[in-house]
Structures are given as structure tokens and as C-alpha cells.
Ligand binder design. Structure first.
Ligand SMILES: *[C@@H]1O[C@H](CO)[C@@H](O)[C@H](O)[C@H]1NC(C)=O
Ligand SMILES: *[C@@H]1O[C@H](CO)[C@@H](O)[C@H](O)[C@H]1NC(C)=O
Ligand SMILES: *[C@@H]1O[C@H](CO)[C@@H](O)[C@H](O)[C@H]1NC(C)=O
Length: 281
């Protein structure tokens, strides 16, 4: 598999931007990592989610132990176990939003509806969003701020391993209805190599999840490659069916369409609902 196809297969703005940086000029651990991570943690427990009780210093200590005890390219999912023990989080039923290759839209969708929780709304997702980190092979010398390895060259990349476990926990705690936002303008909108297809889907519990509500959203200008009745989404539906999930699928969600039109009101397919507004201009 080429690097770029692995890239395309990942989900998450976080991971995408991490990779973009990692593949460009050599990028090391994010400057001020400790201050950012601890600061975000205090922000989360104080302002974002004031009822939560976490020990931010302890989380940082466990994080650091996980990353710095191993060589820079070999931090496995299980190495973060102690850190994840310090960040347990119960998530609200009916509200989890999963997504793959729709990062342009997903966070404005969840911001506007004020209903959904994405991984980036959980404590761990919030703390580590967009950050890069790796240790040095000389294990006593802290983080490597000058360069981190590209993840495809690693057995266990420190950034990837953390997101993998965070995604697993997120999916495993899903209850009630969940929503999945997929991109109808590309082939393999549902990919077994994506974080959703490889980690999250398998971690969903059919006894806890009532409905998997799939929303397929294509770019306004197309191309229109996949839909609820076409392409890889049929594989997803088949997988859900065989595991005993109830599901729905829509490729014409009105809220999503309106959001897309707000971002691009002059697009031809938006004219019907905005023509009276645009007329005055
Ligand atoms: C679908 O994926 C393409 C290619 O990555 C991207 O440019 C586009 O913004 C995505 N569309 C939506 C609706 O997320
Ligand atoms: C940082 O990582 C890069 C890439 O793995 C490596 O070449 C470099 O020697 C490391 N720096 C230190 C100080 O270990
Ligand atoms: C769950 O999803 C189903 C199917 O879309 C819908 O009929 C039901 O009202 C939803 N329930 C909640 C609590 O959102």
C-alpha cells in the first residue's frame, strides 16, 4: 500500500493534519506540548465540562510514561492503558457522531446542531487534537522536538496508537442511536482501512446500540459516486445487518444540505432555497 492511500484511508482531522505535517518538512513534537495538553485538560474540566473530575497532572504523567519509556517508533496501544485508566468518561446515549472522510463538514455539523459528540469532544480527543509527539531513542532525553517518524515507518506510532485506543473506547461506549457521516463523492466511502471501518465499527455493541443512522453526503458540485444504494455503503449495511444492528441510511439530509449551502450559497444546487435572498444583491 502506498503512503498516500494509507493517508486517504485514515479518518480524523487530527490524524490527517498530523500526517500532512509529518510528511512535509520534518516535524517533531509540537512545541509547548506539556503546557498545551495540561492547559486543555484544565480548560475541559473547568469550562467545557465543569461536572467532570479528572486529575490533569496525573493524566500528563501517565501520558509521558507511555511515550517516553519506549523507543520513538514503538509505543503500542497497550502502553497507554494506564493513561486511559485516568480518563474514564461516560458518553451520552443517542448523540455519538462517527465520520470518515467528511472532516470539512463534520465539526460544523456538530457545532450547528449542538446535539452530537465527536471523538474530539471527549476529554482525550480534546486534549490531543492536532498535536504531534514522539520520544527519542535515547529514552532518558524526553520528547523529540526536531523530528518524529512518519507513522507508516513505525511498528507502533505513538500518535496513531493513542487515537486507535481513543476511537475504540469511544465506539465501545456508544449507546442508543449513533450517527455515521460518510462522503458520497469518493469511492470506498466506507473503507475497512479507515479508523471507522477498522476500529470503531468492530467496537460497537449491538446490544447497546439501537440504530445506526448513516448519512451520506456528497459535495454540492459532485461527483456523486456512492449513496445508500450504491458502492461500499452497501458493504457497511451488510456488515451491520449481519451483526444484528438496526440501521437507516439517508443521502438527502436537509440540515447537511443547508450547511453546505451556507458555506457555498452561489452553488447552483443551492439556488432554489436561496434565490429570493440572492435576488436583492
Ligand atoms: C469528500 O472527500 C473529498 C476528497 O477528500 C473532499 O475534498 C470533500 O470535501 C469531501 N466531501 C465532504 C462532503 O466531506
Ligand atoms: C529525532 O528523531 C529523528 C527522526 O527519527 C532522528 O533522526 C533524530 O536523531 C532524533 N533526535 C534526537 C535528538 O534523538
Ligand atoms: C433512533 O433512530 C430511529 C431510526 O432513525 C428513530 O426512529 C428514533 O426516533 C431514534 N431515537 C432517538 C431517541 O433518537
Amino acid at each position: 500500500m502506498t503512503e498516500s492511500s494509507q493517508l486517504a484511508n485514515l479518518h480524523g482531522l487530527v490524524i490527517l493534519s498530523f500526517l500532512t505535517k509529518a510528511l512535509g518538512a520534518e516535524t517533531g513534537t509540537t512545541d509547548n506540548l506539556k503546557e498545551i495538553v495540561i492547559g486543555r485538560c484544565y480548560n475541559y474540566v473547568t469550562l467545557v465540562n465543569p461536572n467532570s473530575r479528572y486529575d490533569c497532572e496525573e493524566i500528563w504523567t501517565e501520558f509521558q510514561q507511555a511515550v517516553l519509556r519506549r523507543t520513538s517508533c514503538n509505543v503500542a496501544v497497550r502502553d497507554y492503558q494506564r493513561m486511559f485508566h485516568t480518563t474514564p468518561q461516560a458518553l451520552p446515549c443517542d448523540r455519538l457522531l462517527f465520520w470518515s472522510k467528511t472532516h470539512e463538514l463534520v465539526h460544523s455539523y456538530s457545532a450547528v446542531t449542538r446535539h452530537f459528540w465527536t471523538l474530539e469532544d471527549t476529554l482525550v480527543g480534546y486534549m490531543f487534537n492536532d498535536l504531534i509527539w514522539c520520544g527519542q531513542d535515547d529514552r532518558d532525553s524526553g520528547f523529540n522536538f526536531s523530528a518524529c517518524p512518519v507513522w507508516s515507518t513505525c511498528v507502533n506510532h505513538p500518535v496513531y496508537s493513542l487515537w486507535k485506543q481513543a476511537s475504540k473506547n469511544f465506539a465501545a461506549s456508544a449507546c442508543g442511536n449513533i450517527t455515521v457521516l460518510l462522503n458520497g463523492s469518493i469511492q470506498n466511502a466506507f473503507s475497512r482501512q479507515s479508523m471507522f471501518g477498522s476500529v470503531e465499527l468492530d467496537s460497537l455493541n449491538p446490544r447497546m446500540v439501537n440504530h445506526v443512522n448513516i448519512k451520506v453526503v456528497a459535495n454540492l458540485e459532485g461527483p456523486f459516486v456512492e449513496s445508500c444504494s450504491q458502492g461500499s455503503i452497501l458493504d457497511l449495511i451488510e456488515t451491520l445487518r449481519s451483526r444484528g444492528f438496526h440501521w437507516t441510511c439517508t443521502d438527502s439530509d436537509v440540515t447537511l444540505r443547508i450547511l453546505q449551502c451556507i458555506q457555498n450559497p452561489r452553488q447552483f444546487s443551492c439556488q432554489t432555497c436561496s434565490s429570493s435572498l440572492l435576488h436583492g444583491q
